[in-house]
Design a protein around this ligand. Structure first.
Ligand code: HEM
Length: 493
């Protein structure tokens, strides 16, 4: 309800405009990157043919672009959802956007014109020009792009921390510790749950960015011939500490958007209780543990760290997922909730988060990972908790925001479009799971006949077209709402 109250109070119009820019940019980027995803599915279905190196280019651009798009849109949602009670420093938010935008812009240049194709995780030494065969300028452009995106995210985290500190005076109050400990006085100004999320993401995001910097420094140093080979395991640790953490934070940011929007449809507030605040706070510990599951196959990694990876992966989702999904279900139960595009997408989001989470738990079990490692099971689980989880929750909030601000009503067809998103998306990820279980390797330009991948990719293509149909309609709605929504945010500035 944040943005709506904000508009009613006539406050923070400028912050809402920044939020709209973040979210619409993220949405457009998502559509473009989705087209590349469709192309890759068509290549595996052999409905299209391209030289194999193009598969790896498309995959690199799609992976990096999608992660950036989803995070940017969720960051924008985070601004809008807290805009009624927090005062954001617009200079930091615009700086974050510009850094992010320029950084994201360098990635297609590096990939499409420079041939950079190391995958979005640029496993060392793939991001070193002479070691890997990419042109030197494209390698630099890609690394610089990542650096700017990381700096943009850091600027955003600073802006959010500044905003919560301005209101609550200390991080402990912004994290809801007085509520958790039962020491909050009656009538005390306690943070909304989405503000607790903003604080947690701000703190963990800055730590993740430091890890990203620790990974990028050796890349730059090696490319400039200032150093020889750096310990590849160290670089991989830092890359995943940054990448995996950023991706996880994206999910929590998106969950925070449901805390802000669902009450508008159920008529019940999503309260900050000791349990819900504790659940969000626990993210600060758990979010740093699962990344070790990316290193099970690295024999030089000490075994106890792999064990932490396994149990950390089991634990990471539990607190936040339980309070979000059970919280959402209890909020909706017998509330007379109005089914609308945002509520349909929010419940698709809950399903995707749970189902993708189960896929992740299976694969993060060391014994299973010996078999499923680097098969399509991996993109299966993360596409489920992304496309049908975090991203669905983000588009739910974007639609809610644009509709509330523009004052437009939604049609039945729009609701059908939201279902098409869910059905098309679910069919698409099921084909990834099936091919992965059959042994089709991930990051592989060709389909292996014995896995039946060509058939699974063909069926996936059909499901992606269903998803695209839903998206096309939602895009129409969002485009027609943008003008009035912008004007409303402007008028009350
Ligand atoms: C819109 C529908 C989407 C389609 C059709 C699609 C399709 C694909 C395909 C075919 C691959 C390559 C799998 C492989 O060969 O290993 C892939 C990889 C990937 N996708 Fe998607 N995807 C979609 C949405 C998303 C979303 C929403 C995200 C994240 C927000 C995402 C992030 C990624 C990442 C990170 C990779 C791995 C790239 C790499 O290994 O370097 N995708 N996707």
């Amino acid at each position: 309800m944040g943005a709506y109250e904000s508009i009613q109070n006539g406050r923070n119009g400028p912050a809402l405009r920044v939020a709209l820019v973040y979210m619409y940019t993220g949405f457009i980027l998502f559509l473009l990157m989705g087209l590349l995803g469709l192309l890759m599915r068509m290549l595996h279905a052999e409905l299209l043919r391209l030289p194999p190196q193009w598969y790896y280019r498309l995959m690199t651009l799609h992976g990096a672009g999608m992660v950036a798009a989803a995070l940017l849109a969720a960051m924008g949602g985070g601004i809008a959802a807290t805009s009624n009670r927090l005062t954001h420093d617009l200079r930091w938010l615009w700086t974050a956007y510009i850094l992010y935008f320029v950084g994201v812009g360098l990635v297609p240049l590096a990939v499409l014109f420079g041939g950079f194709a190391a995958g979005w995780t640029i496993i060392y030494p793939l991001g070193v020009a002479y070691a890997s065969g990419w042109t030197a300028w494209s390698t630099f452009a890609f690394l610089l792009g990542y650096l700017l995106v990381a700096l943009g995210f850091a600027a955003y985290c600073i802006a959010m921390l500044q905003a919560v500190l301005r209101r609550y005076g200390s991080l402990s109050r912004a994290l809801g510790w007085p509520v958790i400990s039962g020491r909050a006085q009656p009538g005390e100004d306690v943070p909304y749950l989405q503000e607790v999320v903003a604080t947690v993401v701000g703190i963990c995001g800055l730590i993740a960015v430091l890890a990203g910097a620790a990974a990028l420094v050796p890349y730059f140093a090696h490319n400039l011939n200032l150093t020889g080979l750096v310990d590849p395991l160290f670089v991989k640790e830092m890359i995943f500490l940054f990448g995996h953490t950023a991706v996880n934070l994206n999910i929590y940011l998106a969950a925070g958007l449901a805390y802000a929007s669902l009450p508008a449809y159920t008529g019940r507030p999503w309260k900050t209780t000791p349990l819900s605040a504790l659940g969000v706070n626990l993210v600060m510990i758990f979010v740093f543990l699962p990344y070790f599951h990316h290193l099970y196959q690295d024999f030089a990694q000490p075994v106890f760290l792999s064990a932490i990876g396994q149990f950390g992966s089991y634990g990471v989702g539990v607190p936040a997922l339980l309070i979000t999904v059970f919280g959402g279900l209890t909020l909706a139960y017998r509330s007379g909730m109005r089914w609308a595009v945002p509520t349909i997408l929010t419940f698709v989001g809950f399903w995707g988060w749970v189902f993708g989470g189960i896929g992740a738990v299976v694969d993060s079990t060391i014994a299973v990972n010996q078999v499923f490692h680097n098969t399509l099971w991996v993109p299966a689980h993360f596409h489920t908790y992304y496309l049908l989880g975090a991203v669905a929750l983000t588009w739910a909030y974007l639609y809610h925001l644009a509709t509330e601000l523009s004052g437009r009503h939604e049609s039945r067809t729009s609701r059908l479009a939201a279902w098409l998103y869910g059905i098309g998306g679910a069919g698409f990820v099921m084909m990834f799971f099936t091919a992965g279980a059959a042994g089709q390797p991930r990051r592989f330009a060709v389909s292996i006949p014995s896995t039946g991948e060509q058939t699974w990719a063909f069926l996936a293509t059909l499901f992606v077209l269903v998803l695209a149909l839903g998206l096309l309609w939602l895009t129409y709605d969002l485009v027609t709402r943008l003008g009035p929504a912008w004007a409303r945010a402007r008028g009350r500035a």
